[in-house]
Structures are given as C-alpha cells and as structure tokens.
Design a protein around this ligand. Structure first.
Ligand code: FAD
Length: 405
C-alpha cells in the first residue's frame, strides 16, 4: 500500500480531473481534495447559459456522478479553505482541522470574478458570476420586462446578455474598450459580435466605463457612465475579468506573476508543488508567450497533466488552445491563438450564419475561428496541428473541401 499523500487545493474542474487521474493512473495512496465551496467538482460553462436561463438543472454541471466520485475514495473536505503552505514542513494549513502533510501538492484554485472599485458596486442587485450560487442569484433576477445592465463586453458578459434577452429582459452592455472581446478576437469578429447582439435588441455602448452605481428613489439602480450619461436598470452584472487565486502560492514564496508560474510539466518553482487550470501561467507554445488559459479545455487537460506529472510520468502540456462560446443560436469556436499580426483568410460570407476565419503565419494555418462551423473547424484543427502550408486562395474557395487541403 502506497503511504504517499497528494493534496489538491480547489475542488473545481482542474482539481476534479487531477483527483480522478491520480486514481486512473493507479495511485493508491491518499488523495486529499480541499475545496472552499460546498459542491463536488463541477464545470462552470452552463452557469452563464442553460443553468442561468433555467433550461437545465444545476446537476448538469457535475464533473462526476456522486457515486462515481465516492468510488474514487478521496478525502474530500468541502467548505474548507487552504490558508498557508509550510514548504519546509510540507504541510498545508486549513481553516478547519489539523494541517495536512503532502508529498506533492497540486494547486487548482482557479480565479475569482474581478470586482469594480466604484461606489455602489456592492449594492443589492449588483452581481458577479463565477459559482453555482452566483448563477442562482443572477438567474432569480432575470425577469421578463426588467432591465439588465452588463459591465464588460467579454465572453461571460455577452453570454449573459444572450440569456437575459432570451428571458425577455432589456439588456445593455457597457464596454470600456473600443470593441467587444478585444483581448481574444480580431476586429472583424468583434464587429460580428456587435452585429449579432444589436440585431437581438441589445444596446451596446463601447469605449465607456461605469463610474458609479446608485439606488434611486424609485428603487431602481442608476449607472453613471464614464461619459456622464446615466442609465437606469433593475440589475447589474459586473463581468470585467478574472483574478487568479494565487495568494497561497505567492505567500509561500513560489514564483507568480498574475498566476502561479509553471513549466510544461505543470511544476511551479518548487518541484513538489504543481498548478493547473485558471490559476496556472505557463509558456504556451501556440501563443509564443506566457499566459493563463481560462478555458474548459485547459482546466481538464492541465488538471490531467498535473496529476500525471505528480506521479513522475513525463508530460508536456502544450494542447492546441480551444475555446467555445454559445450566444443565441450561435456556437462560436476558436482554435489556436489568433493575433493581429497574422494574415487572415475568410472562408464564407462574414454576414452569413456560418463562416470560418483562418489565421496564417508564413502560409501555415496557426488559428481558426467561426460561428456554427464545427465541421470545418475540425478540419481546421488538423491543419493547425500539422502546421500545414496552404494556398490562401484554395482556403477561401468554398468549392474546395477542406479535407483536400
Ligand atoms: C460562467 C462561466 C462560463 C464559462 N463558459 C465557458 C465556455 O463556454 N467555454 C470555455 O472554454 N470556458 C468557459 N468558462 C471557463 C471555465 O469554466 C474555467 O476555465 C474553468 O472552470 C477553470 O477551472 P479551474 O478548476 O481552474 O477553476 P475553478 O473551476 O474556478 O475551480 C477552482 C476552485 O478552487 C476553489 N478555491 C480557491 N481558493 C481556494 C483555497 N484557498 N482553498 C480551497 N479551495 C479554493 C474555488 O472556490 C473553486 O471551487 C466559463 C467560466 C464561467 C465562470
């Protein structure tokens, strides 16, 4: 019997995958899973989509059925936070119970919704969205005919805008940058998203922040925009990005920079401590830079990679980044890391329901994205992974099947 103990901090998606991978790789020592939420590991994407709209039960978010989770024989500690890592004693201190010893420690503590430091940000009726409880609270405020103001035109903000419109709300999105999802997509796709939401009746204000929120005498909320304009609404969602939960690592002296710095084996600057998921920053070869990848795919694959690395198995975590977003009847997927420096090739009409935009570097496809184009994007993925050289004219030619390229 193995007497080693592997401790995982964070019972979210990466932590859940790390725990089950340890068992599937044959580790029969102790696994301690510390989670500050009351829930078993779960996936967050439905929280801005079907769970938020009420179309799906919250159980759809479960990573594993409770019986399957119990079979893993994990020492799961719900509602417990890890507070300090004592690296010299190899102990983790907790908000409840005695410190736990670790042979390997895997940090999967994710991130939290960034708060806005403005007056009124903590008023009732002002929400952020990260957890099941956040989704339940926001969902209860999505009332037909009422007005929702969303601060931040990123993916979560836009998904909530679509869900709230579907629920019959009036929706306004206020984005401080000049375009929607500016950090992740090129201007043409920001324009596409703007047209999509405008056509659905969402009012989008670009280049304006929100300076203040206040409750007016009628009981509604008034938002004062950066340009002085005022908007009245019944609820506000603040969705202005994520802050990595890396304090535990930073206070333990691990190298951090807006996340726990790890290598492609998921090892931090202390080889007995690994990190995975939204909290981990590493050199992504596809992007050519160090970054955190806040995505479902990365949480799963890096959670698996960290568990295997903790067991001494050789890993090289460099998956081709994949992200999707569902808004109205649009499923938008992105493979790779599009950059403004890439040559772009459009396959299909950007005004239509489905098209693919390719990103080329030195005639090789390095990224691709598009709405409602899952089949073409599967081929695009292969072109990217094989670093295929392509003729841009053929790529744009709809009569040329991608499989032939
Ligand atoms: C509303 C929403 C919609 C999304 N939609 C998509 C989508 O459509 N497509 C996509 O690719 N991605 C999507 N994502 C992103 C994806 O869900 C995340 O990238 C993924 O959840 C990250 O997993 P994680 O395990 O790293 O972090 P989390 O799932 O956040 O898990 C971290 C856990 O650690 C806990 N924790 C933190 N500190 C401590 C501590 N000190 N002690 C104990 N526990 C601690 C946290 O409370 C949390 O439970 C969405 C995210 C959200 C919030």
């Amino acid at each position: 019997m193995n007497t080693e103990t592997i401790v995982i901090v964070g019972a979210g998606q990466a932590g859940g995958w790390a725990a089950q991978t340890l068992r599937s790789e044959g580790f029969n020592g102790n696994i301690v899973l510390i989670g500050d939420e009351p829930h078993r590991p779960y996936e967050r994407p439905p929280l801005s989509k079907a769970v938020l709209s009420g179309d799906a039960h919250v159980d759809v978010t479960s990573l594993l059925k409770p019986e399957a989770f119990d079979l893993l024989n994990i020492d799961w500690r719900p509602n417990v936070s890890a507070t300090t890592i004592d690296r010299s004693a190899k102990q983790l201190h907790l908000t409840q119970g005695a410190p736990v010893h670790y042979d390997k420690l895997i940090l999967c503590s994710g991130g939290r919704a960034r708060r806005l430091n403005i007056p009124g940000a903590d008023l009732p009726g002002v929400f952020t969205l990260r957890s099941i409880e956040d989704s339940m609270a926001l969902g209860a405020a999505l009332t037909p005919g009422k007005r929702l103001l969303i601060v931040g035109g990123g993916w979560i903000g836009l998904e909530v805008a679509a869900t709230a419109r579907k629920k019959g709300m009036e929706v306004m999105v206020v984005e401080a940058m000049g375009r929607l999802c500016e950090r992740t997509v090129p201007p043409a796709i920001s324009d596409y998203l703007l047209r999509l939401h405008s056509a659905q009746g969402v009012e989008v204000v670009l280049g304006a922040g929100v300076n203040q929120l206040a409750r007016n005498p009628q009981g509604a909320l008034t938002a004062t925009l950066g340009d002085g304009r005022e908007r009245t609404c019944d609820a506000v969602l603040i969705s202005v990005g994520l802050v990595a939960n890396d304090e535990l690592a930073r206070e333990a002296g691990l190298a951090c920079d807006g996340g726990v710095l790890v290598d492609a084996q998921c090892r931090s600057s202390d080889p007995d401590i690994l990190a995975a998921g939204d909290v981990a920053a590493w050199h992504c070869e596809w992007a050519g830079r160090r970054m955190r990848l806040e995505s479902w795919q990365n949480a799963q694959e890096q959670g698996i990679a960290a568990a295997r690395a903790a067991l001494g198995i050789e890993v090289n975590h460099q998956p081709l980044p994949w992200f999707w977003s569902d808004q109205y009847d649009v499923n938008l997927q992105i493979f790779g890391m599009p950059a403004l420096s890439h040559q772009t090739v459009m396959r299909g009409d950007q005004g239509s329901r489905s098209f693919v935009m390719f990103f080329l570097d030195d005639d090789k496809v390095v990224a691709a994205l598009g709405p409602n184009a899952a089949k073409d994007l599967r081929f695009a993925r292969r072109l990217i992974e094989r670093r295929t050289r392509v003729d841009p004219i053929q790529l744009a030619d709809m009569s040329m099947p991608l499989a032939k390229l």
